[in-house]
Design a protein around this ligand. Sequence first.
Ligand SMILES: *Cc1c(COP(=O)(O)O)cnc(C)c1O
Length: 374
Amino acid sequence: MPGPPNTESSNPMSKLIRAAQWVREDVQAQKSYHIPEASDVIKLDAMENPWSMPAELDEAWRNSLAGIQLNRYPDPVARELHAPLRELMQVPEDASLLLGNGSDEIIQFILMSLSAPDRVAMAPSPSFVMYEVLARACCMKFAAVPLDKNFALDMPAMRQAISRYQPAVIFLAWPNNPTGNLFDIQDVKEILSLAPGLVVIDEAYQPFVGISFMTELMDHPNLVVMRTLSKVGLAGLRLGILAGHSEWLNEFDKLRLPYNINSLTQTTASFALQHWDVFQQQIDAICKERERMLGALQNIPGITAWPSQTNFILFRVADGLADDLHAHLLVDGILIKNLNRPGSPLSNCLRVTIGLADENDAFVASVIRFTHPH
Ligand SMILES: *Cc1c(COP(=O)(O)O)cnc(C)c1O
């Protein structure tokens, strides 16, 4: 093992040298996950619910926080949340629950518990980027299996990849991000039966589509189902939910950080779950807006917009225009996600989150000005 270099610690360069010597090379080679600055913009980039806590609930919510004892650690398993989450998400009685600081943290502790340098995590591509980022952070190999040109699972390729890599875990975002579609249910079932290891069905967008693998949970010994409150109005809480067989979850629980769900989150989530009808109305309104926005985008010549089962829409512009459109929208004060990478399956593609009706109108008007400047 190389020792630390023998340099003066007062020399500012020596800190850099030490970091370069000791921080994992793959981490040094990695780019930071970029989150754009977003003050004073119409923010349609991150699949947030555009509504804040409704005024009629706001005061009751603030009052609910008054009893929190911040000098004490939170309940280590957030027991108060289990019954209402089970009811809302129709978790089978025999299944266990595990909560995470966002579903990102759940993905992380699943991967930590399965990782070994020769083991493979797998997901279709394009899909949610954190599967690969966190698999690599856990020193696993990652196999990305391209979707077909309609963003459906390419089943011959999936069968071949499963047989070749024997993945420890397969992540299926259902519906998928960033494509917005739901993979064919029979294809998902075939993957469940072929997979030698765990299959995580990531239902982050389930509230916008309704159907779920939750009811099938106990029929598949290698299935766990993941949800989050982030996309339905509570992104700031950071609460992810994992449901599955206790044989899996009891092991993952050993790597979960103690007290990972903070007191403010526990109390606020409990409050929100008691008033779920309000959030459900917002979800229904977002789905309606989504259909209106899809129609508006599909009416703009030169734009291909794909139907969505989520709270965002993926669309493609004419070759070479995506970066310019993204910049033009920013000048108009509108932030969306630019997914364009030349030569990739998402070349010339952007993703817009469904916002409030006037935000969506502003977005569509700006796109029209870009495509027809006169
Ligand atoms: C947003 C998203 C998540 C992350 O959700 P958090 O609970 O906010 O960490 C997970 N999976 C998919 C597919 C997502 O789009």
